[in-house]
Write a new protein. Structure first.
Length: 274
């Protein structure tokens, strides 16, 4: 758990309230931004809105954004699946809402790259080349609103156990619900610290660190009250390597199959979102 964050990164109640005003918009406005998971005719699978309250991976509403200018690079089959531009509501939920979203995205991305640099020093690999894999990233920021367990029961599992694809995940939550699984198989509650962020490791970083850092299994419990969460997924540049970090000052040029883009596209196909 990271606490004592500087002002630009510390979750402030007024900013949090403004960001989540998105979910107060009318259903037609939200559904204009619908992803394929919810709207089969939609061409979007990465950026936009999903209402899962009628069933799905978890009982919630989500909204995803990524970089304003998605990275471009070599031709890879289905690359358009992971280079989507952002979609924004046709009615702004609050003044300067979009600016607040993009500012927080930029701040979290910068924090993530600083941590990658620190990890590279610990691993005795080249700090600059390790950090370069996360520049011009394919990162995502997600707003989640859990409206409360429809059964009225606490601590009901509503999200499957999983690990994240990327490098690092930062999560803020205003109510308990997130759990992580220890190597011994025990489930531990992530503390609810409104002024802090929990930090989790992803599959890409596990591979890049030669498994010295292991991806964090986690899940979400349902509660009988509304829960909000902001998640930032620090993900590599789409066309960077998923192989182990190098000690050299010049990083390898990966084959298409060894890029993070190929890994993400494979995940989308496996989960039926492609």
């Amino acid at each position: 758990m990271a606490v004592g964050l500087p002002a630009p990164l510390k979750p402030e109640s007024k900013i949090i309230e403004k960001l989540f005003s998105l979910f107060d918009l009318s259903q037609p406005v939200l559904y204009e931004m619908g992803k394929r998971e919810m709207c089969p005719t939609s061409r979007r699978c990465m950026r936009g809105y999903v209402d899962r309250r009628a069933g799905g991976f978890a009982y919630n509403e989500i909204f995803d954004i990524g970089p304003e200018m998605p990275a471009s690079g070599p031709g890879i089959d289905d690359i358009e699946l992971v280079t989507e531009t952002n979609v924004w509501p046709s009615v702004e939920p609050a003044p300067n809402w979009r600016e607040e979203m993009t500012a927080r995205f930029t701040q979290m991305e910068a924090l993530g790259v600083r941590i990658i640099r620190a990890m590279a020093r610990y691993l005795n690999v080249n700090e600059t080349t390790a950090a370069a894999r996360y520049q011009n990233s394919s990162s995502s920021m997600r707003l989640l609103k859990y409206p409360g367990n429809p059964t009225g029961q606490n601590q009901n599992v509503i999200g499957k156990k999983h690990t994240d694809n990327g490098g690092l995940t930062f999560q803020w939550q205003d109510q308990p619900g997130l759990q992580i699984k220890t190597p011994t198989g025990e489930w531990l509650d992530v503390p609810e610290r409104s002024e802090g962020l929990s930090v989790h490791l992803g599959e890409a970083l596990e591979t890049q660190s030669s498994r010295k850092f292991v991806a964090t299994p986690h899940r979400v419990l349902g509660w009988d009250r509304v829960r909000h969460s902001i998640v930032f997924f620090l993900e590599p540049n789409l066309f960077s390597s998923t192989n182990a970090f190098s000690e050299n000052s010049c990083d390898e040029t990966p084959s298409n199959d060894e890029t993070y883009a190929a890994s993400m596209i494979n995940t989308l196909r496996k989960t039926g979102r492609a």
